[in-house]
Design a binder for this molecule. Structure first.
Ligand code: FPP
Length: 271
């Protein structure tokens, strides 16, 4: 059971929000499209990269708060396959920020029992980035708490293509499995993890941007106007509360049974 006592200071506005959280209906997996760094910087007449730099503090607070909330999985979208189209200096800065982040945070992640994981074609990145990632994967591999995924050099379509390629390679090697949803899920980068229940996007944009296309089939979507560098645990808690106010039906209908308990028409209790 999560210990919410560390999530907010006593008497703070966040604490009032935390009290409203239903511990039994937490999303298992929250995925976030971090957006608005460029606009945050522009509003301050700063270069775009300063928005990314300021975004690291938001990453830190979100990871810490997610673990304190007791989420099973947090996924942050840090760099897409399409982001290579950005100016060279911006890409270079983003790679350096990532490298620095994983190097500086690996100890804190391990101390908090957070297991680090990377989604995407990250082995194609600069060897200096790959080295830092590998060390962080290694140092947190024993952790049993929250799984923290960073999507890096990631594309949802590429992920599905990669899964198909690996299924075909296994078939060719004689390791054959039925081709169904369960099998495909096992070959995705998120193998073994629950699908996101809640997808958050910052900065008001209404797009999924090639993110976790397979896994978000039934995710609840929450969009905030807050720009990523300003995102803090308060925003995360608001998103969780909004999630808990939604009725999830997975294409079914809710009907009261003879004891007044809400059941799906199929007879399954809703999650
Ligand atoms: C989108 O904002 C943000 C990104 C493409 C990068 C996100 C990266 C960070 C928050 C920093 C480092 C990350 C980690 C995990 C340490 P945008 O630039 O598209 O914003 P705009 O739409 O306002 O231009």
């Amino acid at each position: 059971m999560a210990d919410f006592s560390k999530l907010a200071d006593p008497g703070s506005p966040e604490e009032l929000l935390v009290r409203r959280i239903d511990r039994d209906r937490l999303p298992r997996h929250v995925a976030i499209i971090m957006d608005g760094n460029g606009r945050w910087a522009k509003a301050r007449s700063m270069p775009r990269v300063e928005g990314h730099r300021a975004g690291v503090a938001a990453v830190r607070d979100t990871v810490e708060a997610s673990a304190q909330l007791g989420l099973q999985v947090l996924t942050l979208y840090a760099f897409s396959v399409e982001n290579w189209k950005r100016p060279r200096f911006e890409v270079w800065t983003l790679m350096n920020l990532l490298k620095e982040y994983v190097r500086k945070e690996r100890r804190a992640l391990a101390d908090n029992d957070i297991r680090f994981n990377v989604l995407g074609r990250w082995r194609e990145l600069d060897p200096s980035v790959v080295r830092e990632i590998e060390q962080t994967l290694d140092e947190t591999s024993h952790c049993k708490g929250m799984h923290f995924n960073i999507a890096l050099n990631y594309s949802g379509r590429c992920e599905i293509v990669d899964a198909c390629r690996r299924i075909v390679a296994d078939w060719a090697a004689g390791k054959r499995a039925d081709i169904d949803e369960e099998t495909l899920g096992r070959y995705l980068y998120t193998s073994g993890q629950p699908d996101p229940d809640l997808l958050i996007r910052t900065s008001g944009e209404l797009r999924v941007s090639n993110f976790l296309l397979w896994q978000i089939a039934y995710a609840e979507i929450w969009v905030t106007q807050t720009l990523w560098p300003d995102f803090r645990r308060r925003d995360l808690i608001e998103a969780v509360l909004a999630f808990q106010s939604r009725e999830r039906r997975y294409g079914g209908v809710l009907q009261p049974d003879s004891e007044g308990v809400q059941l799906f028409a199929s007879g399954q209790a809703p999650r």
